[in-house]
Design a protein around this ligand. Structure first.
Ligand code: PLP
Length: 302
């Protein structure tokens, strides 16, 4: 089992509008790879151990938090790890990509594939070819979401969180919010802030979520996955210096922007207690900054 630290709820002192806001610092769970990805891996790694599978294989893009988390967890627990990475061109760019560089240092082996192969990554023929290359492996889907991942995310909320009226979280594939929904208490509302455009999320979450006390707030994806603008960068830097809470540009920055905006607009009833889940992902800042630098845009402070 990966040794995890305690995550604490940190109060964000906002001008009193009758709302209390806390951030659950899941980004503090681990020194190198933080947040929800370890929650999602926990029971999958147990299952791989039970099946006596020595190799973990998964898929991801160039800056994937999931790739970084799997590489690190594999190193700690003594698994071999394989990352199937979208984009052939990245094979010569490993040293320039902070995420891949980190994963490689953790011992991850890569297979770089074209975007077309990547789209067909769950086909029998593609998986058989991988088996041929790497032997038997335990497969973890892109983004890490499956039933065991949701089970791990059901451990994010603890008994002491029962007095919050709203739980807010960023949504990528929907695994994390599903776990939160399942462990939420009666009377709690779970608000998901998708980090991407996509109408499929509702259906995906419904596959795993056992309750209906949730809503997706689709107004804060900033144009799509990994799309950002100067307003978001400026928000992240201001929030981080005001409250000492660093945010990542892909997930938690957008979610927190949304939460603060909804508070400003008076969307939460007076007396609401709001808990925003910091799902981690801070390793992604370095990669985003190389991109921002190329475009001559302001960088995220680190
Ligand atoms: C992957 C990720 C998410 C999204 O989690 P899903 O379970 O895919 O919805 C949110 N925040 C961070 C920091 C992530 O890395």
């Amino acid at each position: 089992m990966i040794p995890l630290k305690q995550s604490i709820n940190q109060q964000i002192k906002i001008p009193n509008r009758g709302i209390e806001l806390y951030v659950k610092r899941e980004d503090k769970l681990h020194d190198f790879v933080s947040g929800n990805k370890f929650r999602k891996l926990k029971y999958n790694l147990k299952e791989a151990e039970d099946l006596r599978c020595k190799t973990l294989l998964t898929f991801g893009g160039a800056y994937s938090n999931h790739i970084a988390a799997l590489a690190s967890a594999g190193q700690v627990l003594g698994f071999k790890t394989v990352g199937v990475i979208r984009g052939h061109e990245l094979s010569t760019r490993i040293e320039h990509n902070p995420t891949l560089h980190f994963a490689k240092a953790c011992g991850m082996q890569f297979k770089f594939v074209s975007r077309e192969d990547y789209r067909n990554k769950m086909s029998d023929s593609f998986l058989n070819a991988l088996m041929h290359d790497f032997g038997k492996f335990y497969l973890i889907p892109e983004g890490g979401t499956n039933a065991l991942a949701v089970k791990g995310c059901e451990e994010i909320l603890s008994e002491t969180d029962k007095d919050f009226s709203y739980i807010c979280v960023s949504v990528g594939t929907g695994g994390t919010i599903s776990g939160l929904i399942n462990c939420s208490k009666p009377g709690q509302q779970v608000l998901g802030f998708p980090a991407l455009k996509g109408s499929f999320l509702h259906k995906d979450i419904s596959k795993f979520a056992r309750k209906s006390n949730w809503t997706l707030v689709n107004d804060y994806h900033f144009g799509g996955y990994a799309k950002i603008n100067e307003a978001l960068v400026s928000f992240i830097n201001t929030f981080s210096s005001a409250y000492s809470v660093p945010l990542d540009p892909i997930y938690t920055g957008k979610m927190m922007f949304g939460v603060m905006d909804l508070i400003d607009k008076g969307a939460f009833p007076n007396g609401s207690r709001v808990l925003a889940i910091h799902t981690g992902g801070l390793q992604g800042i370095l990669g985003m900054n190389t991109h921002l630098k190329k475009k001559n845009l302001p960088l995220i402070d680190i």
